[in-house]
Design a protein around this ligand. Structure first.
Ligand SMILES: Cc1cc2nc3c(=O)[nH]c(=O)nc-3n(C[C@H](O)[C@H](O)[C@H](O)COP(=O)(O)OP(=O)(O)OC[C@H]3O[C@@H](n4cnc5c(N)ncnc54)[C@H](O)[C@@H]3O)c2cc1C
Length: 580
């Protein structure tokens, strides 16, 4: 029988793979076990309609940590991020005129700042001026808070001051901010995204489109307090993500996972697909390996789970082996999936009424967020257990920047849709009964702006929160393995007291988005968990060596004593034997 692995990683999503790559790079013998036939988790590419490949769940990237790209040399393993230019918000016919604005019924912001400011001037001179200042301020705020992404959160109840040192750096940086910026930071931590933006802008479609960043993946509306922080979260990617802006990975988001998997294999990690883990094995409060659903048991010195906290602690860990208070904390984590995904295979491009024909406006994000009332009403439906009759949508046509995803001349359209509450009102009969109606609502909503959509769809995939749970193992379909609300971040992710990737079971580590700093294609939890475990292991070994060295004279004395005793016993039995 082979020696146990140094580490088993449960789940081959991009974070599990990142942990595996870092651990293998440090010389550990590592095995990744993925439940599905394909790697990537929520960052996965699959051919759903013959000839059409989709980023099935996540579809754009910006937060991928530069240190992960660098350390794992991901470009050498095929990572390529293609730029996504701007955000186009189509508006209903006559919307501009109704707002007293000359020109077409859309709002179009591009990466060229000057062009965006000229477009905004059409709507409001004040907004055009404020936009520059707002952009500068958010970049400064994000620059100040961004180091949090690479910090291992200290335990607030811990007595050891060392883990607090990196945080002290952030606190000092806060102290150095001008007073006005400190006040803005407090606003960002406490306000709703819409209220925050109301202080800056008057153009309603601009506020609606910008506020949308604050609600992605949460069961909150643009007027719910706390959502302003998520605006900031998105700016963090824009200032130092892979390419300083949102981009599309070549080959879909699965391309990122495949590049990380290739790096991990290059460092010697083994990766098995179709290998669902049924149970985490433990002995004496320490993880010792896993049992697969097939019954196979595999031993390891450490176990890493990139699966969400509910699944890890309530399904995979043996019932009764965790403290009741800890289990209660896990049960309290809010998942409440609120998003769905509709992937369309089309044989022509959508033709928007407000800007007809193909053009640059289709090459970036297309945001169905024509006004703040639209956004709030979409949330109202969800509050009472219905999917939004007219949802907010973030659409992308990846084939315009990466034509390899569909047959020549054809396209894929990715529609991220909110709101689709996990818990539907009882009279709707559950998601299996509502899936196609939800898909139809998405297509009908797009048709309000681009009427040809119904004629060009040749295939579609509709993913409800229930499907995200079933297919990807995301509890309640939450896209981030737990809401990214302030009370579930930093010290408290996944639960208070266990934010340092450790768990109540020794050598069981959390390494997916359930851990700090949370969801999104970042690779941050995977990297930080691996570094924590490697450091703890090294410190543990050094500690064991030191205590062994310290004990050596005593051990020697004990050995001498033992030999003397053995010698005495031998002599005694010899004598006894002789006596007998
Ligand atoms: C619809 C949707 C849209 C999104 N859009 C974006 C976006 O555009 N940009 C962005 O940055 N982020 C986006 N996200 C979030 C982002 O994709 C995730 O936060 C991230 O991919 C999570 O990675 P992970 O490795 O932590 O976990 P996961 O990707 O959840 O990986 C966990 C893995 O564990 C496997 N697994 C589960 N149970 C077991 C078991 N028992 N045994 C073995 N394996 C198991 C799963 O199959 C999965 O592969 C989106 C997510 C969704 C769902």
């Amino acid at each position: 029988m082979r020696d146990p692995y140094d580490a088993i990683v449960i789940g081959g999503g991009h974070n599990g793979l990142t942990s595996a790559a870092y651990l293998a790079r440090a010389g550990w013998r590592v095995l990744v076990l993925e439940r599905r036939h394909v790697l990537g988790g929520a960052a996965v590419t699959e051919e759903i309609v013959p000839g059409f490949r989709f980023s099935v769940a996540s579809y754009v990237v910006s937060l991928l940590r530069p240190e992960v790209i660098r350390d794992l040399d991901l470009p050498r393993h095929g990572l390529e991020i293609l730029p996504l230019d701007g955000t186009f918000t189509p508006l209903p016919e006559g919307a501009a005129a109704a707002a007293g604005v000359a020109g077409p019924d859309y709002l179009w912001r591009v990466n060229d700042h000057g062009r965006t400011v000229r477009e905004l001037r059409r709507w409001s001179k004040l907004d055009a001026e404020a936009y520059e200042e707002y952009g500068r301020l958010m970049v400064q705020m994000a620059r100040f808070i961004k180091p949090i992404l690479s910090i291992v959160p200290p335990d607030p109840t811990g007595l050891d001051p060392r883990p607090f040192l990196p945080l002290a750096g952030v606190a000092r940086a806060f102290g150095r901010l001008p007073e006005a910026q400190q006040a803005v930071f407090i606003q960002l931590m406490t306000m709703s995204s819409a209220d925050f933006l109301d202080q800056w802008f008057e153009t309603d479609p601009l506020k609606a489109t910008m506020a949308a960043s604050g609600i992605i993946g949460t069961f909150q509306g643009i007027r719910s307090p706390g959502t302003a922080y998520v605006l900031l979260h998105h700016y963090m990617g824009e200032i130092d993500g892979a390419f300083r802006t949102w981009g599309i990975p070549k080959g879909g988001t699965g391309g990122i996972s495949e590049a990380i998997a290739s790096a991990a294999r290059g460092f010697g990690a083994e990766i098995r697909t179709e290998a669902p883990v049924a149970r985490i094995l433990e002995r004496g409060g320490r993880a010792t390996g896993v049992a697969l659903e097939s019954g196979e048991e595999i031993e390891a010195r450490h176990v890493f789970s990139s699966v969400d906290a509910r699944r890890t602690f309530l399904d995979l860990v043996e019932a009764g082996s965790l403290d009741e208070d800890f289990v209660a904390d896990v049960r309290r984590i809010r998942y409440r999936g609120s998003s769905g995904k509709v992937n369309l295979a089309v044989d022509a491009l959508p033709d928007f009424r407000s800007l007809p024909g193909p053009g640059e406006h289709l090459r970036g994000a297309i945001s169905i967020s024509p006004g703040t009332e639209w956004m709030e009403r979409a949330y109202d439906d969800a509050k009472y257990g219905h999917f939004s009759r007219r949802p907010y949508m973030d659409m992308v046509i990846p084939t315009l920047v990466d034509p390899t995803m569909a047959p020549p001349g054809k396209h894929v359209i990715s529609c991220f849709v909110q709101y689709a509450p996990y818990e539907l009102a009882p009279e709707l009969g559950g998601w299996d009964a509502q899936r196609e109606a939800f898909g139809d609502t998405v297509v009908d909503t797009i048709a309000e702006f681009a009427p040809n959509i119904r004629d060009i769809v040749v295939g579609r995939q509709v993913l409800t929160p229930l499907d995200l749970e079933r297919q990807m193992g995301l509890s309640e379909g939450n896209i981030f393995q737990g809401e990214l609300s302030l009370e579930q971040l930093f010290f408290s992710r996944p639960v208070p007291g266990y934010a340092r990737f450790r768990t109540p079971i020794e050598r069981l580590w959390m390494c997916g988005s359930a851990a700090h700093p949370g969801g999104g294609i970042m690779g941050a939890p995977g990297r930080l968990a691996a570094i924590e475990a490697l450091t703890a292991d090294r410190t543990g070994r050094r500690g064991r060596m030191r205590s062994r060295n310290r004990l050596r004279p005593q051990l020697a004395a004990r050995t001498d004593a033992r030999s003397a005793l053995a010698a005495r016993q031998a002599t005694a039995s010899e004598l006894g034997g002789r006596r007998a």
